[in-house]
Design a protein around this ligand. Structure first.
Ligand code: HEC
Length: 157
């Protein structure tokens, strides 16, 4: 009983900074309890369904993160970011082609120039792995673009 009471008091004290706590103490107690109880399971379930495309994250961590960074942030002057990159969230066929066939020559991403070489992944990764990785980079770190299928990868050059 004691810890709950002090949590309510703490919540009340914090609440006082923004709004009066007074009569609202019972409802704020309910809110606090509900949030605490459901937060963990909800986050877990959400995380799992968000990662539904499966091993895309794993394929990325293993093959791509060394250059493009664990959070797709890239490396200034060397490796372009994939997070917030309009090419990555743009035409799916183009992204598939780049990953499958590799890329070399100067490009510009959000005003920053890169002129490096990315190896082709079409020989070392399966079409399914490429589909998973491309789906992953198109839907991670704030990117929101459609998933790609293994069939789309197979059809690309
Ligand atoms: C050895 C380092 C390296 C690895 C590993 C790597 N890339 Fe790249 N990637 C690059 C470089 C360098 C470029 C830019 C090439 C250029 O300047 O023309 C690039 C470009 C890209 C682009 C195009 C970005 C744009 O704005 O045009 C995509 C998409 C991409 N990589 C995805 C991936 C994926 C997916 C993987 C893992 C399967 C991966 N990369 C692994 C170095 C790498």
């Amino acid at each position: 009983m004691k810890p709950v009471f002090s949590v309510v008091l703490a919540g009340c004290a914090l609440g006082l900074l923004v709004t009066a706590c007074g009569g609202g103490s019972s409802s704020s107690t309910t809110t606090t309890t509900t949030t605490t109880a459901s937060a963990a399971p909800a986050a877990t379930a959400g995380g799992m369904s968000a990662a539904a495309p499966g091993d895309g994250a794993k394929v990325y961590d293993t093959n791509c993160s060394s250059c493009h960074g664990a959070t797709g942030q890239g490396q200034p002057g060397a490796f372009p970011p994939l997070a917030g990159n309009p090419v990555v969230t743009g035409d799916a066929g183009k992204v598939i082609h780049i990953v499958k066939a590799g890329l070399t020559g100067s490009i510009s991403v959000n005003g920053h120039a890169y002129n490096g070489t990315m190896p082709a992944w079409g020989t070392s990764l399966s079409n399914g792995d490429i589909a998973a990785a491309v789906t992953f980079i198109r839907s991670s770190w704030g990117n929101k673009a459609s998933a790609v299928t293994e069939a789309q990868v197979a059809a690309a050059k």
